[in-house]
Design a protein. Structure first.
Length: 121
C-alpha cells in the first residue's frame, strides 16, 4: 500500500468512526489553493474541519504533534475558503478536530486547536 492509499484508508476509518459518533460527513478531501481538508462534517449545528493523522505505535511522534502551528494555519486558510465558497456566514459555529488513528483504533480530539489567522468568523 503506497502513502496515498494508506491516507485514504485511514481517512475512511476516521469517517466511519465519526459517523458512529453522530457526525454527518459533508465532504472528504476538500482541496483549494491553500490546503486540503481531510473531512468536513456537521456535529449537530457545528461545522467541523477534521484533520486525520496516523502513526504507528511506538513512533517518534504522536499524531497530534504532527498538526503543528504551520499545519494549523494551512487548515484554517482552507476552512476559511470552504466557508466563503459555501456561503456560510459569520454566525456559523465552527471548530477544528483531529482524529488520531492509532494501532488500537481512532481517537477523537475535539477542539484540538483554535483558528490560526488574522480573520475570524
Amino acid at each position: 500500500m503506497n502513502n496515498v492509499q494508506r491516507g485514504h484508508h485511514y481517512e475512511q476509518v476516521a469517517a466511519d468512526y465519526l459517523t458512529g459518533l453522530g457526525y454527518r460527513i459533508l465532504e472528504r478531501n476538500y482541496r483549494c489553493r491553500q490546503a486540503e481538508l481531510d473531512i468536513v462534517a456537521m456535529d449537530g449545528s457545528c461545522l467541523v474541519f477534521i484533520e486525520v493523522k496516523y502513526r504507528k505505535a511506538g513512533g517518534p511522534q504522536h499524531p497530534l504533534e504532527a498538526v503543528d502551528v504551520r499545519k494549523q494555519q494551512h487548515i484554517c486558510r482552507a476552512a476559511l475558503q470552504y466557508l466563503y465558497s459555501h456561503g456560510c456566514g459569520q454566525e456559523q459555529m465552527c471548530r477544528f478536530d483531529v482524529v488520531a488513528v492509532l494501532d488500537a483504533g481512532p481517537v477523537l480530539y475535539k477542539n484540538a486547536f483554535t483558528y490560526q489567522g488574522t480573520k475570524g468568523w
